[in-house]
Design a protein around this ligand. Structure first.
Ligand SMILES: [Zn+2]
Length: 265
């Protein structure tokens, strides 16, 4: 794990990249900050988490780091040990953790709970939605440390790396570490409600778009040509034909739209 800092003092905010070794976008954003070393108004911790997996360009070495929290310093797997190290490193920090997907090109934010802090910060990020995943938080970083996750775009693309850079700067501006103003935008909020399992098959198809409502009775995916039909209406999130080994993605409900309000002094 690589740990660096911008500014002096004890950081209360941290930018975390490389939780998954096959998602290099966040690492590029962190490296750029380390190259440019912008003057910060409050100290920022910069972390590249799973260097071993990044080197091998694999999601993980022994197990998924984002399912291994809080971890254990004496654990037998690389990721469980790393999870414990990362939790110690983050201590009381608010972490901004960057990911990328095979399911959706447009950035969105993922939070464990719709806290005041999340509703204040996420509309200031260049994201299309905020997704609350509290029912599926087990083992994830935000079960062990205060975290805003962002999906920066499609895995391995130049656009995802550029998005990661823009997202990081917007986050650091929103928390007052970088000077300037952010752009506030209206933000739809979704809550994950269920996992969409996928059977072992040779070919997988997905017929629907993420964040777009699937009406009850509509086909949404198929495994080896066997079509799955929506029992009830839902919003698909993180849905892709080949993103995860055993799930297509998640169903979600739409909760609300955070609307832009003038900020009171
Ligand atoms: Zn990831």
């Amino acid at each position: 794990m690589k740990v660096a800092q911008l500014g002096s003092g004890t950081p209360e905010i941290a930018v975390v990249a490389g939780v998954h070794g096959d998602e290099p976008c966040g690492v590029r954003a962190v490296e750029r900050l380390l190259d440019e070393r912008p003057a910060v108004k409050r100290p920022v911790k910069l972390i590249v988490a799973n260097e071993k997996a990044l080197e091998r360009q694999v999601r993980f070495v022994d197990e998924d780091l984002n399912r291994a929290f809080p971890g254990d310093p004496d654990a037998k797997t690389h990721e469980a040990e790393l999870a414990s190290e990362l939790v110690n490193e983050l201590d009381d920090c608010l972490a901004f953790s960057m990911h990328s997907t095979q399911s959706h090109a447009e950035p969105f934010a993922i939070v464990n709970e719709i806290t005041e802090r999340a509703t204040e910060l996420c509309p200031q990020l260049p994201v299309a939605a905020m997704v609350e995943t509290s029912m599926f938080a087990e083992g994830r970083l935000f079960s062990a440390a205060q975290t805003i996750e962002v999906e920066c775009g499609l895995q391995g693309t130049e656009t995802a790396a550029e998005n990661a850079d823009r997202l990081t700067r917007a986050f650091l501006t929103a928390v007052g570490a970088l000077p300037g103003d952010t752009v506030q935008r209206d933000l739809p909020v979704f809550r994950l409600t269920d996992v969409i399992q996928k059977e072992q098959a040779d070919t997988y198809e997905v017929f629907v778009d993420n964040f777009t409502k699937v009406p009850a009775g509509d086909p949404f995916a198929a495994a080896d040509g066997e079509t799955q039909i929506a029992d009830e209406a839902f919003y698909p999130i993180l849905m892709s034909s080949n993103g995860y080994e055993d799930v297509f993605g998640y169903t979600a409900e739409k909760l609300d739209i955070l609307t832009t309000q003038p900020i009171a002094d």
